[in-house]
Design a binder for this molecule. Structure first.
Ligand SMILES: [Zn+2]
Length: 232
C-alpha cells in the first residue's frame, strides 16, 4: 500500500515519458511506450560469423534480439541503459532474449555470464549494463546469472574505429574465466551476453576463454546487432 502511494506520488512529481517518443506513459511501462517497443526491429538474421565459430567448436548458437539502427528507439534505449542508470532497460532486453532462447525446446542453461567492463570503466559507470541483460534472461529461462564469471586481463579500448581483423587482434587473450569458477563451469551450458555486438570479436573471445577452461555448450547473445561500418 505504502509503496503504491509512493510510486504514484513519484509519478506525479516526475511524470513518466517514453524515452523514445516523449509521450507520457503508464508508470508500469517505466521507460518505453508499447508503440515504440513494438516498432523495434527484431533481429531474425544469422550473424555473418556464426557458422565459422560453430564449425570451429567455440559456440553452438548466436542470437541478437534487435537490430541496432541509428536514430531509432533502440539507440535511445541503449543510451539510457548505458549512461543513465536505467538498468531495467537491460532487463527488458534480457527478457526478450530469454523468450527467443526459450523457443529452442529442450535446451537448458546453467549459467548466464555478461561480457565484463574494464575495471576503470566499471568505476566510472558503477554498473555493467550487460549484467542486467543477463538478469533479464535469467527471469525467463532460469539458470544462474554470474556477474563476474569472466574477467578482463587488460584494457582493450574502443573498437569503433577498427575493422574486423583489427578488432580480433585487439581483444585477443583479453579475457579469462574468473579463477573462482573453472570447476563450476566445467561441462556446463553457458550463455555469454553483451549489449551490442558487430563482428562478435569481443563476445567470441569470451566464449573461447570459457571453452578453453572446459565449459560445455556456449551460446553468445546480445540485445542488439550493429552492422560494421566500413571505414576506408
Ligand atoms: Zn514511445
Amino acid at each position: 500500500m505504502f509503496r503504491k502511494v509512493l510510486y504514484e506520488l513519484l509519478n506525479f512529481v516526475l511524470p513518466n515519458s517514453c524515452i523514445s517518443c516523449g509521450e507520457p506513459i503508464d508508470p508500469h511501462e517505466k521507460f518505453v511506450c508499447p508503440k515504440c517497443f513494438q516498432a523495434l526491429e527484431k533481429y531474425e538474421d544469422t550473424h555473418p560469423w556464426k557458422d565459422e565459430y560453430i564449425e570451429s567448436g567455440v559456440i553452438t548458437n548466436s542470437m541478437s534480439a534487435f537490430w541496432f539502427r541509428e536514430g531509432t528507439a533502440i539507440q535511445s534505449l541503449m543510451h539510457a541503459m548505458k549512461y543513465q542508470k536505467m538498468k531495467s532497460v537491460g532487463k527488458m532486453f534480457g527478457r526478450e532474449l530469454g523468450r527467443q532462447a526459450a523457443e529452442f525446446n529442450g535446451v537448458a542453461f546453467d549459467y548466464i555470464v555478461p561480457v565484463p567492463l574494464h575495471k576503470a570503466k566499471y568505476r566510472d559507470r558503477t554498473y555493467n549494463q550487460s549484467e542486467y541483460i543477463a538478469k533479464g534472461i535469467h527471469e525467463v529461462i532460469g539458470g544462474e546469472a554470474i556477474a563476474d564469471g569472466i574477467i578482463r586481463t587488460r584494457y582493450t579500448g574502443t573498437q569503433t574505429r577498427l575493422n574486423k581483423a583489427e578488432r580480433k587482434v585487439n581483444v585477443s587473450d583479453a579475457f579469462k574465466v574468473n579463477g573462482k569458477y573453472p570447476e563450476k563451469f566445467a561441462g556446463k551450458n553457458i550463455i555469454v551476453v553483451d549489449d551490442v555486438i558487430t563482428t562478435g570479436a569481443t563476445i567470441l573471445e569470451c566464449a573461447s576463454a570459457l571453452k578453453k577452461s572446459g565449459a560445455g555448450m556456449i551460446w553468445v547473445c546480445s540485445a542488439a546487432y550493429a552492422e560494421l561500418k566500413q571505414a576506408d
